[in-house]
Design a protein around this ligand. Structure first.
Ligand code: MCA
Ligand code: AMP
Length: 494
């Protein structure tokens, strides 16, 4: 089955489709820019199905490149511009893109020779003759998004045209999302939330995206007041929005004029739900998903908001809660806890080059095991209560594997042992804290130096926000570090 992901490019009109800073592109202008982009790809010998890296800097050129790649049938590999050298090297080796699009060669640092690089010129990526946008088969790969596990390097989740199209249509059904909507968000374009929902979703609905490449709560509220109808944000952003809108009530106008406030990527606390509902005069709707499955559940916008719940499975997605043996024995009593498993057109095609890791999360019947723990009600509405892997940390809406941070800290000459944990945090949801045992023979490390050591090698959001030097790590009789005790111990510093 062939699917057109972004029909707006084939029937473009004069209405705004993409607003970034002072730039405002109509659907017709965006379609023309995407066509020029396809011409550039063709002139460089790129074929549909080839992988193309996109260093997702905060400019309109990034959004056009991602739309252009999709309309050509190229598989985008979006790259966080702040990736540390070790993550960037891994991704470039793993995904082996035919071409990387970036503002400048410096964007790839020491890896600049790893793939041919094309400068993302603002809007006028003139090239050869532009091939028409190609309807792609539903099973054709569209994106490879890198996501962290508990240990090891990030894995590339392969998402198909069908995954994305079906999921966006299911969300449009849940949210009444259509051509009159203008989504406002300040999320990065290298993850599901900002890229698939924010950019592709707004365009697939036939509406508009107003994208703020840098998060600033005041600017976001201003954009909402200036014609935005839907807000997408992670809980950290909602928290900071509530802070500024409480301090200056005139800013709350944006919250009051939007028709739909959406939160996702991590749990929104009951306190933030209350604060935002007070400010906006309407509640926030949560939805829940993963890079590998896109969005699984959403509270429907045609009903009341449900603080603490992420709603039932989206249309077309089967969801069940399973026990430790992956049996669907969990009653719908909203009390018994099980792991969320999903099956449907939303489930990814697998991890790139990692059949082993794919087999660990998806069984032969197509069920994907999320690792998230939840209860559910008679009506299917889900309440997320935690995660199976305590070594996965969600901070500011970004997923971080404790093992990845520990491995980098262990390479520091002054570090003998380390344990990294996520500590509850009002702003970030979870804050990364590292407990470090120093080497006796070396000078004691400065916590700030260890934080910079991590920020210099990994994406800065993976850095610990605090480093606590200890004489020894608590271990059980088997020698395993007892992270639960460390979490309790770090409570006083929070
Ligand atoms: C800080 N920086 C440093 C250092 N410390 N650089 C070098 N060395 C250091 N020691 C830099 C950072 O790079 C950054 O630069 C700036 O300082 C601030 O960094 P940070 O403190 O980490 O950022 P923040 O202010 O706390 O950011 C909060 C945020 C951000 C804006 C909410 O966390 C964010 O954008 N979150 C969105 C995550 C997201 O999209 N998740 C969706 C995943 P600069 O300022 O230049 O950048 S998809 C998903 O989860 C599923 C599918 C779902 O359900 O959606
Ligand atoms: P990622 O791999 O970065 O896509 O993150 C996916 C994870 O984010 C899920 O497995 C959940 O743990 C978490 N998550 C996403 N949305 C929500 C939500 N609304 N409530 C609680 N957790 C969420």
């Amino acid at each position: 089955m062939a699917a057109q992901l972004l029909p707006i490019l084939d029937a473009p009109g004069p209405r705004p489709a993409l607003i970034v800073g002072a730039r405002r592109l109509s659907a017709a202008e965006l379609a023309a820019a995407a066509a020029r982009h396809r011409g550039m790809l063709a002139a460089r010998g790129v074929l549909p199905g080839d992988r193309v890296g996109v260093v997702a800097q905060g400019s309109i050129a990034t959004a056009i490149a991602l739309v252009g790649n999709a309309s050509f049938g190229a598989v985008s590999v979006p790259l966080n511009p702040k990736l540390g050298p070790r993550e960037l090297g891994h991704i470039l080796r793993d995904a082996a893109p035919k071409l990387v699009l970036a503002a400048s060669p410096e964007a790839l640092g020491e890896w600049r020779d790893a793939a041919p690089l094309v400068a993302l010129a603002e809007l006028d990526a003139a090239g050869g003759r532009a091939p028409a946008s190609a309807p792609a088969r539903a099973d054709a790969p569209l994106l490879i998004l890198y996501t962290s596990g508990t240990t090891g390097a990030p894995k590339g989740a392969v998402l198909t045209v069908g995954n994305v199209a079906s999921n966006l249509d299911a969300l449009a059904d849940a949210w009444g999302w259509g051509p009159d909507d203008r989504v406002v968000h300040a999320l990065p374009l290298f993850h599901v939330h900002g890229l698939i929902l924010g950019l592709f979703g707004a365009l697939r609905a036939g509406g508009c995206l107003h994208w703020l490449p840098r998060f600033d709560a005041r600017a976001l509220l201003g954009a909402l007041a200036d014609g935005g109808t839907v807000l997408f944000a992670v809980p950290t952003m909602h928290h900071r929005i509530a802070e500024v809108a409480e301090a200056d009530s005139s800013l709350a106008a944006g919250l009051r004029s939007a028709r739909l406030l959406i939160s996702g990527s991590a749990a929104l606390s009951a306190r933030e739900h209350r604060r935002l509902a007070d400010l906006a005069g309407r509640g926030v709707y949560e939805r829940y998903g993963l890079t590998e499955t896109l969005i699984n559940c959403a509270v429907r916008a045609d009903g009341p908001p449900q603080p603490g719940r992420v709603g039932p499975a989206l249309k077309g997605i089967a969801l069940r809660l399973v026990d430790d043996d992956r049996q669907p024995t969990i009653p719908r009593d909203d009390a018994t806890i099980g792991e969320v498993a999903v099956r449907g057109p939303n489930v990814f095609a697998g991890y790139l080059n990692r059949a082993d890791a794919t087999a660990a999360v998806r069984d032969d019947d197509g069920w994907f095991y999320t690792g998230d723990l939840a209860t559910w009600r008679e009506d299917g509405s889900v309440r997320i209560v935690g995660r199976r892997a305590t070594d996965l940390i969600k901070t500011g809406g970004f997923k971080v594997g404790a093992g990845e941070v520990e491995a980098v800290l262990l390479e520091h000459p002054s570090v003998r042992e380390v344990a990294v944990v996520g500590i509850p945090d009002d702003d970030l949801g979870e804050r990364i804290v590292a407990f470090v045992v120093a080497r006796a023979e070396e000078p004691a490390p400065e916590p700030a130096a260890l934080i910079d050591w991590v920020a210099g090698q990994l994406t800065p959001h993976k850095r610990p926000r605090a480093v606590i030097l200890v004489d020894a790590l608590p271990r059980n009789p088997m020698g395993k570090v007892q992270k639960k005790l460390l979490r309790e111990r770090s409570a006083p510093v929070s």
